[in-house]
Design a protein around this ligand. Structure first.
Ligand SMILES: NC(=O)C1=CN([C@@H]2O[C@H](COP(=O)(O)OP(=O)(O)OC[C@H]3O[C@@H](n4cnc5c(N)ncnc54)[C@H](OP(=O)(O)O)[C@@H]3O)[C@@H](O)[C@H]2O)[C@@H](O)CC1
Ligand SMILES: Nc1ncnc2c1ncn2[C@@H]1O[C@H](COP(=O)(O)OP(=O)(O)O)[C@@H](O)[C@H]1O
Ligand SMILES: [K+]
Length: 547
C-alpha cells in the first residue's frame, strides 16, 4: 500500500480527471458514498439491539435451501441499510473546499438510509465553488436541513455523531476562525467523530497536529493513504483509518513519484522479494546461514551485547561471535552457551580500547556482517576506531547506539566509501544527533527526515519508535505498524540490531533485512505481550523468546 503526500494526491486526482476523463464530481460522489458506508457500518456496530439486521435477514433466507434455490430474491444495498437509522442524528461539518463537497455527498447517502442529517456550514454556503457548490445545491434540492456556523443556532449535544468534512489535503496551516471553533466544539462534545480523508487540523504530509485538530474515532481516507496518518501524533488523531477506493487507479501511483510504502506482508513479499516463510534448503548447515560478528558491551552494559547476540541467533543465523572487552568474559561465560566469544582486550574498568580494531578487522574477514554499538560506551579515539572499521571491514555494517553517537560527532561522509552496505538504527534522540537537529524536529516529519538523511548519506536508516521508518539510499521508505508501546523497554533496540544483522548474514540485502527485521521484531513484541497480563510487562528478553 502506497503512502502519498497531498501534492502527489493532487497529481493523482488531476490525472484521473484529465487523462482518464473521469469527472471530478464522480470522484466526489464515490468519496461521499464510501464515507457514508463507513458511518453506517459504525452505527450498525454500536447501535443494534434486538431485532434482525439486514445481514441476518439475508443469512436466514439463504439458510432455507428450498427458497435459496428456487425463489426469486431481491436485497437492498446492504452497505447503506441501517435498521436503527431513526436513532441516529448526524451533524455534517462542511468546509469550503472539496473536503466539504465529500461531506455533502456523504450526507445525501446517509439521508437515504434514514439517518437524520444536518449540514453545518463553516462558511456561508454561497462561498463554495466548483464540485462542492454542485453538492451544496444537490443537498439543498433534497431538502437537507442546514445551518451556518455563527449565524444559526447549533447544539452539538443533540446529535449522535459528527462527520468532519471541514479540511482535507488542501488545508494550509492551523485551522482559522469558524473552522477552529467547530473543531474545538466537536472535540469537546464527546460525540463519535468520523473524519473525511484526514482529521481537520492535521498536516497530511508530516502528521503534525495543529491547534486545534479533530480527534476522530474513524478516518475514511480516500483513494490513497496519506503520509500524515501514519506519523504521530497524526496517527492518534485519526483513530481507525479505513482507506477506501474512489475510482483513482492504483496503477497511476508510480508515475506520481510516490516512494513510500506501508510495510505489509504483501509489500515485503511482492515488492521487496522477502520469503516470509524463510524456507531453508534441506541441505543447509550452520555455514549456510551466515556468521554475525558483534562488537558490543562494556562491564556496565554487558546486557546490551548479550541481548543482541541472542536475538541474532534466534533470528536464524548459523553462528554469532561476540567480540567483547576481556573484563566481561568471566561474567558472560556460560550465559549463552550457543555464542562464540572473542576477547579483544580493553581497559581495566571493562570498557573498550581503540587497540581492539586490528583484532576486529581480523575477525571480520571470516564473518558475514559486523554489528557494532549496543552497550559499547565511549572510549578514547573511538572515532578513529570506527573509521578503521568503516573503511576496513569488507562486509555489511549495522551501526547502533553509542556507535551512532560516534558517527554524529564526525563528518563520516569524508570517510572512504564502502563496497558493502551500512544500516544505521537510531531512535529519535540518536537521529537528532546524527542530523544535527532537535528531537522535536525529528518527530515533526520522521518519514521526510529519514528519507532525506538516507539519500544524502548513501546508507539505510531504521528510524525506530512507534511506526518505525526504514529509508533507503535510493530514496524509498517503508513504514512499519507492528509492535506496541510495551516495547519501549530497555534493550528492545539491541534485540532489533541483532535481528537485522542476523537476516543480513543469512543473505538478505540491506532493505530486506532492515524491513523484515523491524516487521518481525514488532510481531514478536505483540506475541510476547499476549503471554502477559499487560503489554507493559514485557521486557526485551521476552521479544527474543517470542521469535
Ligand atoms: N477531485 C478532487 O480533487 C478530489 C478531492 N477530494 C477531496 O478534496 C480534499 C481536498 O480538497 P481541496 O483541495 O479543495 O481542499 P480542502 O482540504 O477541502 O480545503 C481547502 C479550503 O479550505 C480553506 N482553508 C485552507 N486552509 C485553511 C485553514 N487553515 N483554516 C481555514 N480554512 C482553510 C481554503 O479556503 P481559502 O482560505 O483559500 O479561502 C480552501 O478553500 C481531499 O482531502 C478530499 O477530501 C476527494 O474527494 C477526491 C477527489
Ligand atoms: N510505541 C511503540 N510501538 C512500536 N514499537 C516501539 C514503540 N516504542 C518502542 N518501540 C520499539 O522498541 C525498540 C526500542 O529501541 P531503543 O529505543 O533503541 O531501546 P534500547 O536502546 O533500550 O534498546 C525500537 O525497535 C522501537 O521501534
Ligand atoms: K476532514
Amino acid at each position: 500500500m502506497y503512502l502519498v503526500t497531498a501534492e502527489q494526491m493532487r497529481w493523482l486526482d488531476g490525472e484521473t480527471i484529465q487523462r482518464l476523463g473521469i469527472p471530478a464530481i464522480a470522484l466526489m460522489e464515490n468519496a461521499g458514498r464510501v464515507i457514508a458506508e463507513e458511518i453506517v457500518a459504525l452505527c450498525r456496530r454500536r447501535g443494534e439491539e434486538g431485532g434482525r439486521n439486514a445481514a441476518d435477514g439475508e443469512d436466514a433466507g439463504l439458510k432455507d435451501a428450498a427458497l435459496a434455490g428456487a425463489a426469486f430474491q431481491v436485497s437492498a444495498d446492504h452497505a447503506l441499510t441501517l435498521d436503527n437509522a431513526a436513532a441516529e442524528r448526524w451533524l455534517i461539518l462542511v468546509g469550503k473546499g472539496n473536503n466539504g463537497g465529500d461531506g455533502l455527498a456523504a450526507a445525501r447517502y446517509l439521508r437515504e438510509t434514514g439517518i437524520a442529517v444536518t449540514l453545518v456550514y463553516a462558511v456561508p454556503p454561497e462561498s463554495l465553488s466548483g464540485e462542492a457548490a454542485l453538492q451544496r445545491d444537490a443537498a439543498a434540492a433534497m431538502g437537507l436541513p442546514a445551518v451556518v456556523y455563527g449565524r444559526d443556532r447549533l447544539d452539538l449535544a443533540e446529535c449522535s455523531g459528527i462527520l468532519d468534512a471541514l479540511l482535507g489535503t488542501g488545508a494550509a496551516g492551523a485551522p482559522r476562525g469558524a473552522y477552529a471553533e467547530l473543531i474545538a466544539a466537536a472535540n469537546s462534545s464527546g460525540k463519535v467523530i468520523v473524519s473525511a480523508d484526514i482529521p481537520s487540523g492535521l498536516n497530511a504530509d508530516t502528521g503534525e497536529t495543529h491547534e486545534p485538530c479533530i480527534h476522530a474515532s474513524v478516518t475514511v481516507c480516500l483513494a490513497f493513504l496519506k503520509r500524515g496518518l501514519l506519523q504521530y501524533p497524526g496517527s492518534s488523531a485519526a483513530g481507525h483509518v479505513k482507506v477506501r477506493a474512489i475510482g483513482i487507479p492504483t496503477s497511476l501511483a508510480p508515475e506520481s513519484g510516490v516512494q513510500v510504502y506501508l510495510l505489509t506482508p504483501e509489500v515485503l513479499h511482492a515488492h521487496l522479494g522477502v520469503d516470509l516463510a524463510r524456507r531453508r534448503s534441506p541441505e543447509g548447515h550452520k555455514g549456510t546461514y551466515g556468521h554475525v560478528l558483534l562488537a558490543a558491551g562494556t562491564l556496565r552494559m554487558s546486557g546490551a551485547g548479550l541481548l543482541s547476540a541472542r536475538a541474532a541467533l534466534r533470528a536464524g543465523c548459523g553462528l554469532v561471535t561476540w567480540a567483547l572487552p576481556q573484563k566481561l568474559l568471566p561474567a558472560i561465560i556460560g550465559s549463552a552457551p550457543e555464542l562464540m566469544l572473542a576477547d579483544v582486550g580493553g581497559n581495566e574498568d571493562g570498557t573498550w580500547h581503540a587497540g581492539s580494531v586490528s583484532e576486529l578487522l581480523k575477525l571480520s574477514k571470516e564473518r558475514d556482517v559486523l554489528a557494532v554499538g549496543p552497550g559499547l560506551g565511549r572510549f578514547e579515539s573511538d572515532t578513529e576506531w570506527l573509521r578503521h572499521l568503516w573503511e576496513g571491514v569488507d562486509c555489511p555494517l549495522v551501526i547502533d547506539a553509542d556507535a551512532l553517537n560516534i558517527l554524529a560527532e564526525t563528518d563520516y561522509k569524508d570517510w572512504a566509501s564502502r563496497r558493502h552496505p551500512v544500516i544505521l538504527t537510531p531512535h529519535p534522540g540518536e537521529m537528532a544527533r546524527l542530523a544535527g537537529v532537535t528531537t522535536a524536529e525529528v518527530k515533526r516529519d520522521r518519514i521526510g527526515l529519514a528519507m532525506g538523511y538516507a539519500k544524502d548519506h548513501g546508507i539505510t536508516i531504521v528510524l525506530k519508535g512507534a511506526h518505525t521508518v526504514i529509508a533507503t539510499p535510493e530514496g524509498q521508505a517503508y513504514v512499519n505498524t507492528t509492535g506496541h508501546p510495551g516495547m519501549g523497554t530497555g534493550g528492545a533496540g539491541d534485540v532489533l540490531t541483532g535481528m537485522i544483522s542476523s537476516l543480513l548474514a543469512q543473505g538478505m540485502n540491506e532493505t530486506q533485512a532492515a524491513a523484515f527485521g523491524v516487521y518481525l521484531h514488532g510481531l514478536a513484541g505483540e506475541r510476547a505481550a499476549r503471554q502477559r497480563n499487560n503489554p507493559a510487562a514485557i521486557i526485551a528478553g521476552d521479544i527474543i523468546e517470542a521469535l
